[in-house]
Design a protein around this ligand. Structure first.
Ligand SMILES: Cc1cc2nc3c(=O)[nH]c(=O)nc-3n(C[C@H](O)[C@H](O)[C@H](O)COP(=O)(O)OP(=O)(O)OC[C@H]3O[C@@H](n4cnc5c(N)ncnc54)[C@H](O)[C@@H]3O)c2cc1C
Length: 451
């Protein structure tokens, strides 16, 4: 196992950008940027990674204090290094960030931190791109946008303008002490919302959780984590979301050693569940009457995975212990049978709202022809419609696993291969050119062509 001891390794600090020309420029040094740097290094592609902050910054300052990885350490990692942790354990967020930093050091990744890419434009009269950064201008033949799937926290326009309420996005949530005295409404019950709501409930707060459509896999079943089941059943490799499930979140948690998310259990522990948040008017919040349906569809998804797992075990004659108790359900709580459709915030004592409502991407810096009318990147497995521009880490870039730690590593390999192949085409010289170049004693252009 690779030693994660920081002291033994060279440091990544904010450094000036020495190069003004580079073959491939990677923007962002999260897991996606580190992954492609490894593949490009192996293929001998000259490249530079620019990171505006620190390596894996999102895992340091973009997540709440108690967050641990959603997948076990044996699964949520790159192939080239293990975590210094029980393989079935869940790495705390700082350990995940340290992991990527150590991983980058392992192959001496050419990363410059503290440099922001401000603008990328295609050159009008020669191949490649001009890249304006906070540390000067660089010319690059290719640009890989590895700036992450979750760049801009999204709060829906229904959010009330009410100064008596503290409102934050899950990206700004750190711990229960941050919130004022009183009850809290958590909007969104994907992995972030449900974990934050659970933490607030355990801290003694009155918690209302607004639950929309979700998938809810068992944390583990028959001695195997759900990450294993999704792997062997081919579900991580699904290329597109099932029709109608494009906006369905997945509610999982690695907290306290990992447990299945069960909304009815949370209700039994004192959490009040409500349906999708509809509107705020005159200090009253209204909810859709869809809570029971959302829970039922979450149960369906849960039970379908148990069924698929059981038939996989039978088909392959595996010796995995049966687990009938996984099919037991908690009784229907009152908040489901008699749903709350309206709530007076002041009367309910709600003083804060946590919006766990997801993120958008922001490619305003990438001013090239690689986006559709809605501003969505146009690409095939990360290879964009604009030659020389690549994307990594986007949801469903090639498959369901594309935003996850292990998934982006495989996508990065494909993108790096494409870059290496394009370099071969660009380097090709016909017989006449080869003769001329031999005559010119092997001078070579520093920027080879991208059409
Ligand atoms: C709460 C939460 C928990 C998650 N838990 C897990 C998990 O347990 N397991 C898992 O596999 N996945 C998890 N994910 C999903 C995913 O692994 C992370 O979102 C991960 O951070 C994505 O990595 P990335 O490299 O694609 O993007 P990021 O980590 O966001 O990295 C992008 C980098 O680009 C930099 N950048 C952006 N713009 C510029 C610019 N213009 N110039 C220079 N630099 C720039 C940013 O500073 C950033 O460091 C989680 C996501 C969230 C939100």
């Amino acid at each position: 196992m690779t030693d994660l001891n920081q002291a033994a390794l060279p440091e990544y600090r904010s450094r000036a950008v020495e190069q003004t020309e580079i073959d491939t420029l990677v923007v962002g040094a999260g897991q996606a940027g580190v992954a492609i740097s490894e593949h490009l290094s192996k293929l001998g592609v000259p490249h530079l990674v620019l990171e505006r902050s620190r390596i894996a910054e999102a895992w340091r300052s973009g997540r709440w204090d108690s967050l641990v990885a959603n997948g076990p350490a044996w699964h949520d990692r790159f192939p080239g290094m293990e975590f210094d942790l029980d393989p079935d354990g869940f790495a705390p967020k700082e350990m995940v960030a340290d992991y990527f930093e150590a991983y980058a050091r392992q192959f001496n990744a050419p990363i410059r931190t503290g440099v922001e890419v401000k603008r990328v434009v295609r050159n009008a009269d020669r191949p490649g791109f001009t890249v304006e950064t906070s540390a000067g201008v660089i010319r690059a033949n290719r640009v890989v946008a590895a700036t992450g799937p979750f760049q801009r926290p999204l709060i829906p326009p229904i959010a009330p303008r009410d100064e008596r309420l503290m409102q934050i996005h899950s990206a700004e949530y750190r711990n229960p002490q941050q919130l004022p005295e009183g009850g809290v409404l958590v909007v969104g019950a994907g992995s972030s919302g449900v974990q934050i709501a659970d933490e607030l409930l355990r801290a003694g707060k009155r918690v209302y959780l607004s639950v929309g459509p979700h998938d809810r896999p068992p944390r583990s079943y028959r001695n195997r984590d759900f990450c294993w089941w999704l792997g062997v059943l081919g579900l991580w490799d699904m290329e597109v979301a099932q029709p109608g499930k494009e906006h369905v979140t997945i509610a999982v948690s690695g907290a306290r050693g990992g447990e299945t998310i069960d909304f009815r259990r949370l209700a039994q522990q004192g959490m009040t569940l409500v349906g999708l948040t509809k509107a705020f008017e005159g200090g009253v919040v209204s909810f859709q009457a869809d809570l029971a349906d959302n829970l039922a569809r979450g149960d369906e998804n849960y039970l379908a995975l148990l069924d698929a797992a059981d038939s996989y075990v039978a088909r392959n004659g595996l010796d995995l212990p049966e687990e009938p108790e996984a099919r037991r359900t908690f009784p229907e709580p009152d908040c489901v049978s008699e749903p709350i459709l309206e709530l007076d915030l002041a009367a309910a004592g709600i003083t804060s709202i946590v919006w766990a409502t997801g993120y958008a991407v922001d490619f305003s810096w990438l001013q090239v022809d690689a986006f559709d009318e809605q501003g969505k990147p146009k690409h095939q497995r990360g290879v964009s419609s604009e030659p020389g521009v690549y994307f990594l880490g986007l949801p469903w870039l090639s498959r369901r696993g594309s935003t996850f730690i292990w998934g982006v590593w495989h996508d990065a390999k494909h993108v790096a291969d494409h870059i290496a192949t394009q370099r071969k085409y660009a380097e090709y010289r016909d017989a006449g050119q080869r003769r001329d170049e031999r005559g010119a004693c092997g001078q070579s252009a520093s920027l080879s062509g991208v059409s």
